[in-house]
Each structure stands twice: as structure tokens, then as C-alpha cells.
Design a protein around this ligand. Structure first.
Ligand SMILES: Cc1cc2nc3c(=O)[nH]c(=O)nc-3n(C[C@H](O)[C@H](O)[C@H](O)COP(=O)(O)OP(=O)(O)OC[C@H]3O[C@@H](n4cnc5c(N)ncnc54)[C@H](O)[C@@H]3O)c2cc1C
Length: 426
């Protein structure tokens, strides 16, 4: 790695997690290089934001841009039964008097570009068409840089005190090191596409996220976007979805017929573009950090998207990681141990959401039953669903545990301990 260009931090991946990490480190005055294999704007799924995204977006200085954008304002979430009965919308502003109570349904190509452009504006160097191929380590195993390949297939090396893996579901570090551990009970798959001209509600409800139920606790999402476009997708067990056919269009049509609300809405529109699918849903990396390396966003963990928590966790993990890296660089110690609190906070936040996701998929579970029996946890439930996740939710989880079997907390996801530490501890 001689004669390489050196930075304080290299961020691999320019999605919401990488852009946030890079932007905040640049705000701290650090030299940052972002390596992005694609060219922006590029397509990405995951359009529905949680209200608490506002705080990180405010720190990045993009709230005015978002307010001026064409992204529809999301005031609420609503649920639709299999018979097509619509719940009373859950309006965030009824529970919370704050500008963050109104969030957005974003077109990810534009949203992600906005964030990465902001990181560049703040001083991060962004290289597109730059694919990280491997981590470079010193003799002690510390990550000290990355081998990069450009579009012409040419390789070069860059070095940094800290490398951040923000590669999304590609999860470069977790894949290369066999750190990716699937969540045992959340093996769902998703199939999704877009419609033009599908029916939308008027007024405040126009851009509500709708979750419409299917048999066996599968569900449809219905997400209104700009230009009269609606994103429509299904999440369910693979065996259920693929029973009878593997044709994605046939599956979407079959399942739409299972929910009259969805059927009626999409019948007024025209499907366009590809029909997408993804499997291997929920996972968490064995480690959130190694010496000189930190994992953020989906590169660290992915949770079933039923509560739209992905972009929030990407932004928040980027923010937490950036502040922790800045402190580690200041202290002159970028070993894995510096990221223990980062890992604990992130894992605890994910565990709260994970408990609600597990409960959601259990037969006959209803949040209404929980708050009827334990009205004192209603506030916690609201906080959790709007994304105020970085705090203690044990009362809520205990209450939910009366109605659903909750998973044991996963014990992995903290920084990697120094080689020999387990032996030394014995
Ligand atoms: C079906 C589905 C529906 C979802 N719905 C929602 C939703 O409604 N709301 C929500 O909040 N979340 C949703 N999510 C989750 C959300 O999409 C993700 O959590 C979010 O995009 C994570 O951001 P990220 O920055 O970690 O990763 P990404 O957004 O995936 O960004 C990773 C970036 O890294 C780049 N990259 C990858 N490998 C390399 C490499 N080797 N070198 C250089 N660059 C690389 C990629 O090109 C990409 O730009 C959904 C996810 C799925 C699968």
C-alpha cells in the first residue's frame, strides 16, 4: 500500500448510511473519501420514511430542500384488513407537536442523490463508478485501506485510519468474512413494482403508507409517490408466495385479488417498469466493527421493512458512527473496542423494532390489545413507531410479551474482540 492516497476515513457506499457518515465527518473537519460503485441518481427501493429521520436530516441541513421537493408529505400510516376494511389513520401530529411529525415518501434515486451531494458540498470527496474490492489490513489485522476497481477494470489502493462499510445489502465485510447471520424466524421475501394512475385518497391521507393484510400474515405496502406513481409490494413467506407459480406478475395479481382494497386501487392504474424481488430478508452481522473498520446501515443489519425502519436506521447508524469515529480519531485509537457503545446502542434499537416485527407476524396479535391492557405503554409504542428508538423500551417489550412470543435478544453485533481475548478471559 505504498504511495496510496490517504484520508482520515474511507466510506464504501453512498446510500443514506454512507452519505450521512461522510457528511457528518466532513462537518467535523475530517478528510473523507466516498467510494460508490454506481452512478447517481440510481434506483433503490425503500421510499417510506419514519418521522424521526427528521433529526438526522436536520443535522445534515437538508430539511428546506425536502420541504421544497416534490416528495409527497406523509402524515400517517393506516392498516387495511383482508376484507378491505380501512383502520382510522394513525396521524403522527396527533401524538406529537413537532415539525418532524410530517415526514416524506421519497423517490430514493433523488433522495439518495440529495444526501450524497450534501456530503460532497460539506467537503467529502465522492468517487462514482468506484467499486471496493477488498479490505487491506496491516500485519496486526487492522483495516488500513481498500483496493478499488474503476469502470475500466483498473485497480488502485486508498488508505485511511478508519474504513466504513456502508455497502447496503451487498454487505461487503459481512459477506467476505462470513459474518452475516440470518434472523431465524424472519425468512420472508418481497415482490414489488410501480403503478401510474392508481387510486389515491384525497387531502391529508393522499400520501399515507398503507399496510394491507394478506393470508398467513403476509402484507402489501401501498406507497404514494410523485408524478401519480404508487409503489406496491408484497412481503410474505417464500413458500406461500411461490405456491403454484414463480411468475412475479401472476403472484402480484393473485395476491391483489386477496385484498379488495388493493385490487380496487391498482385496477385504476397501469403497472410499469420491472417487477422486483428480493429474499434473505433479515440478518445482522456478527460484528459491528473491527480494528479500523465500522459497519453502518444495511451493511450491518437488515430488518423486515413492515414498520419502515430501514432508512431511519441507516441515517441514525451513520450519525452515531460518524461521531464515534471523530472521537476515536481525536483520541488516536481506532481499535474495534472504541465502537462498543455504538454497537450496544444500535443493537438495542434494532432489538426493540425486532420485537415488534416478531409480534406483528404472530397469529391474532394486535397492538390494540396491548394498549387496552397496558395503557401506560401507549406513549412508548408511538415513540417506537415514529422512530425514537435510541432509548430503553423494556416496559413496552414486556407488555407486548404478554400477547406474543418475543425472540431472545441476539447476542452478536458488538465489535470484534482482539484475537486471543476469549482465551485470555478464561
Ligand atoms: C423490499 C424492501 C422494502 C423496503 N421498504 C422500506 C421503506 O418503506 N422504508 C424504509 O425506511 N426502508 C425500507 N427498506 C430498507 C431500506 O431500503 C434500506 O434499509 C436502506 O436503503 C439502507 O441504506 P444503506 O445506505 O445502508 O444501503 P443502500 O441504500 O443499499 O446503499 C448502499 C450503497 O452502497 C453501494 N455499494 C455496494 N457495494 C459497493 C462496493 N463494493 N463498492 C462501492 N459501493 C458499493 C451501492 O451501490 C449503494 O449505493 C426496504 C427494503 C427492502 C428490501
Amino acid at each position: 500500500m505504498e504511495n496510496t492516497q490517504a484520508f482520515d476515513v474511507i466510506v464504501i457506499g453512498g446510500g443514506p448510511a454512507g452519505a450521512t457518515t461522510a457528511a457528518i465527518l466532513a462537518q467535523h473537519g475530517r478528510s473523507v473519501l466516498v467510494l460508490e460503485k454506481d452512478y447517481f441518481p440510481r434506483y433503490h427501493v425503500g421510499e417510506s420514511l419514519m418521522p424521526y429521520c427528521w433529526f438526522v436530516l436536520d443535522r445534515l441541513g437538508v430539511i428546506d430542500q425536502l420541504n421544497e421537493s416534490a416528495f409527497p408529505k406523509k402524515y400517517s400510516v393506516q392498516f387495511v384488513s383482508m376484507q378491505g376494511r380501512v383502520s382510522q389513520p394513525f396521524y403522527f401530529f396527533e401524538h406529537w407537536d413537532h415539525p418532524a411529525a410530517v415526514t416524506w415518501q421519497v423517490v430514493r434515486s433523488d433522495f439518495d442523490k440529495m444526501l450524497l451531494d450534501r456530503a460532497a458540498e460539506l467537503g467529502a470527496e465522492v468517487r462514482y463508478g468506484a467499486r471496493a474490492k477488498e479490505f487491506c489490513r496491516d500485519d496486526n489485522g487492522k483495516v488500513i485501506g481498500v483496493r478499488v476497481e474503476n469502470d475500466l477494470g483498473e485497480s488502485y489502493y486508498v488508505s485511511a485510519s478508519v474504513t466504513v462499510d456502508a455497502t447496503g445489502r451487498d454487505a461487503l465485510a459481512a459477506s467476505r468474512n462470513q459474518w452475516r447471520i440470518k434472523d431465524p424466524e424472519l425468512g420472508k421475501i418481497a415482490i414489488w413494482t410501480y403503478y401510474k394512475g392508481a387510486e389515491r385518497d384525497p387531502g391529508l391521507d393522499e400520501a399515507a403508507t398503507t399496510i394491507a393484510y394478506l393470508p398467513d400474515k403476509g402484507w402489501f405496502w401501498y406507497i404514494p409517490l410523485p408524478d401519480d406513481v404508487v409503489g406496491v409490494g408484497i412481503v410474505a413467506e417464500k413458500d406461500y408466495l411461490f405456491s403454484g407459480t414463480r411468475d412475479k406478475a401472476e403472484i402480484l395479481a393473485r395476491e391483489a385479488a386477496n385484498n379488495p382494497w388493493i385490487q380496487q386501487r391498482i385496477s385504476k392504474g397501469t403497472q410499469f417498469g420491472p417487477i422486483w424481488a428480493t429474499g434473505d430478508f433479515s440478518y445482522r452481522s456478527k460484528y459491528c466493527a473491527d480494528d479500523g473498520l465500522v459497519l453502518v446501515g444495511d451493511a450491518f443489519a437488515f430488518l423486515d421493512p413492515v414498520f419502515s425502519s430501514g432508512v431511519y436506521l441507516a441515517l441514525k447508524s451513520g450519525e452515531l458512527a460518524a461521531d464515534t469515529i471523530h472521537a476515536a480519531l481525536t483520541a488516536g485509537d481506532t481499535s474495534a473496542a472504541q465502537f462498543t457503545k455504538y454497537g450496544e446502542q444500535l443493537c438495542a434499537s434494532i432489538e426493540t423494532m425486532r420485537a415488534l416485527v416478531y409480534a406483528f407476524y404472530q397469529k391474532d396479535f394486535s397492538m390494540k390489545d396491548v394498549v387496552t391492557k397496558f395503557p401506560e405503554v401507549k406513549g412508548d409504542l408511538v415513540d417506537c413507531l415514529i422512530g425514537d428508538l435510541v432509548r430503553d423500551f423494556s416496559n413496552l417489550c414486556n407488555a407486548v410479551g404478554h400477547f406474543a412470543e418475543l425472540p431472545e435478544h441476539l447476542t452478536h453485533g458488538l465489535p470484534r474482540e482482539p484475537v486471543g481475548a476469549e482465551v485470555a478471559a478464561v
